[in-house]
Design a protein around this ligand. Structure first.
Ligand code: FAD
Length: 535
């Protein structure tokens, strides 16, 4: 596609919503251009709790249709993206004095199973205090009345976005990261979209017959680009997570906080615990979000309250991140009670998509595309496929069983290597391995205790649009969230990028510093004492 040409659809925003619509629109035969001002998924879509879930907590606010839709989407994603979405077992402990007594939690769990219907992962269970402590001896015993056990699913959020982007490109869309839309001019039959490319410094303009505002928490600012100064599309609420080296074995845990009635998840992630989230109204500029020390302490205090035998000290926090939930604008309710339902607005040749969840991105994209097709007066030839570029042709277990030996024999892989690659790339794992034929030295691990290899860095740059070191370490591989790993891994990855992209030494240093800043965005994080050797 020539960059000065006219296209059916220009999408602003390369988070899950922009990416999801791009993939479906390209499959429907539209000419599509997507602009993302930073890296794909660098906004809210990689700052999530990484769950594909019905949202059991929304039952208490009677948001039944959202839970119903989410549970169906959960099932679909487990089938169609098994390399990125996996079942996860949850404990829901209930303590004396909690807002919801056991009988209410039991009703909630039953309702959750009923709403999932035949799409449930497994029936829930209710455990007595004794059974709960047998299953989860790390739980606080005092005041424990019982514990629910139920299933939801965990996702690699950044890669879910990326695979939708790659899928869209396979179907002919043009998707650019590090290319911001700077101005929008309304024309009679569409919009002139002005952009600036961070990589090249070039500016340009493209004509769109239809425009999609999928800029999530930036949606109000995007409306201003259209001259709609008074328009308020989203009510952003901030959520922070901490990554902690203390691990809860075997389960995710959902904690209800008696202090302010919030829900906190403690999730096993990357060999650590991901603890979050807070939920507060926030009008901060989405470009300058950092977790606060208060948020970090709040999450640590809640974790130590429920897991008293373990150590939840500040020194165990190895990273922290904050995202803004782009909730559809409403007044009234507290931040955690505002509905997560989507809102898709069409006005003239502009469609806006806000609210919703990562979990429901596919159905949201479907609804948005319907409106876009009406605006463009077009009909899709075929319904869009749910399959992503990495989706294996056979069930995941079968895929691993049949291909593991083959890969190990051909590329001399260690036991865990193919499984790790397949769980990240699905069937595209073979493309990563193919790089070893070009350079066997790329089989070197990024860290001695980790399965990631240099070939993945090369793949991220060549095939997955990674531009900066943090794109590779934090969103293509996720190895980058651990200080135990990042010194060694960052050095190796940076030098690999230097070699393939012909960076001067100064750029390599800048990239390592940039990555460090992304990992510890708050000045207070200097207190963790983690130092990076820049030589
Ligand atoms: P974003 O991902 O923020 O994407 C918008 C993009 O627009 C950004 O990348 C930004 O750079 C880009 N952009 C902005 N302005 C411009 C411009 N001028 N030009 C070009 N690009 C621009 N949902 C779940 O289902 N499960 C969960 O576990 C879950 N956990 C969550 C936890 C937290 C703390 C939060 C905040 C949300 C969570 N959600 C979860 C909700 C889910 O993450 C969001 O609904 C979803 O990621 C929003 O995606 P988006 O594409 O609308 O926004």
């Amino acid at each position: 596609m020539s960059e000065t040409s006219e296209v059916d659809l220009v999408i602003l925003g390369g988070g899950i919503n922009g990416a999801g619509v791009a993939y479906q629109a390209a499959q429907a035969g539209l000419s599509v251009a997507l602009f993302e001002k930073n890296d794909f998924a660098s906004g809210t879509s990689s700052k999530s709790t990484k769950l594909i879930h019905g949202g059991i907590r929304y039952l208490e606010h009677f948001h039944f249709s959202l839970v119903f839709e989410s549970l169906r989407e959960r099932y679909r994603l487990l089938q169609t993206a098994p390399h990125l979405v996996r079942p996860l077992s949850f404990l829901l402990p209930c303590y004396l004095g909690d807002r919801n007594p056991p009988w209410m939690l039991k009703i909630g769990l039953w309702l959750y199973d009923i709403l999932a219907g035949s799409h449930r992962i497994a029936f829930h269970q209710w455990l007595t205090q004794e059974q709960s402590l047998q299953k989860a001896p790390f739980l606080k015993k005092e005041g424990l009345l019982g514990c629910g056990v139920y299933f939801d699913a965990q996702v690699n959020d950044a890669r879910l976005v990326l695979e939708n982007i790659l899928g869209a490109e396979e179907k002919g869309a043009a998707c650019w990261n590090y290319r911001a839309v700077t101005q929008l001019n309304k024309a009679e039959d569409g919009y002139h979209v002005f952009y600036k490319d961070e990589k090249t410094g070039e500016s340009g303009v493209l004509k769109a017959r239809c425009l999609l505002n999928a800029t999530g928490p930036w949606a109000n600012l995007t409306a201003k680009l259209l001259g709609d100064d008074g328009v308020v599309l989203v009510r952003p609420t901030r959520g922070s997570h901490i990554v902690v080296s203390q691990v809860i074995p075997g389960h995710a845990v959902l904690i209800t906080t008696p202090k302010d009635n919030r829900i906190i998840f403690v999730i096993p992630w990357q060999g650590f615990s991901l603890v979050g989230t807070t939920d507060l109204d926030d009008s901060t500029d989405p470009d300058h979000l950092v977790p606060t020390e208060d948020e970090i302490q709040y999450l640590l205090n809640e974790a130590s309250r429920v897991f008293p035998g373990q150590s939840w000290e500040r020194s165990k926090v190895i990273s922290a991140f904050t995202g803004l939930r782009p909730l559809a604008f409403s007044t009234g309710d507290s931040a955690s009670a505002v509905s997560r339902e989507d809102r898709i607005l069409a006005e003239g040749r502009l469609v806006t998509i806000v609210g919703g969840k990562l979990t429901t991105y596919r159905s949201m994209a479907e609804k948005a595309l319907k409106k876009i097709m009406i605006i463009l007066n077009k009909k899709a030839a075929l319904p869009a496929s749910d399959r992503l570029p990495g989706t294996p042709n056979v069930p995941m277990d079968e895929f691993l069983d049949t291909q593991k030996k083959q890969a190990a024999g051909k590329y001399f892989l260690a036991g865990d290597q193919f499984e790790y690659l397949a769980n990240l790339y699905g069937q595209r794992a073979w493309k990563v391995l193919k790089l070893l034929e070009e350079n066997p030295a790329w089989a070197e691990r990024l860290h001695s205790n980790r399965p990631e290899i240099l070939a993945q860095v090369v793949f991220a740059v060549r095939e997955e649009k990674a531009v900066h070191l943090d794109d590779v370490l934090m969103r293509r591989l996720e190895i980058g969230y651990s200080p135990e790993r990042w010194g060694e891994a960052a050095q190796k990855a940076a030098h690999c990028m230097e070699a393939i992209l012909d960076w001067p030494k100064s750029r390599t240093k800048e990239e390592i510093q940039r990555y460090r800043h992304k990992l510890f965005p708050s000045p207070s994080d200097e207190t963790t004492g983690v130092q990076l050797d820049l030589e």
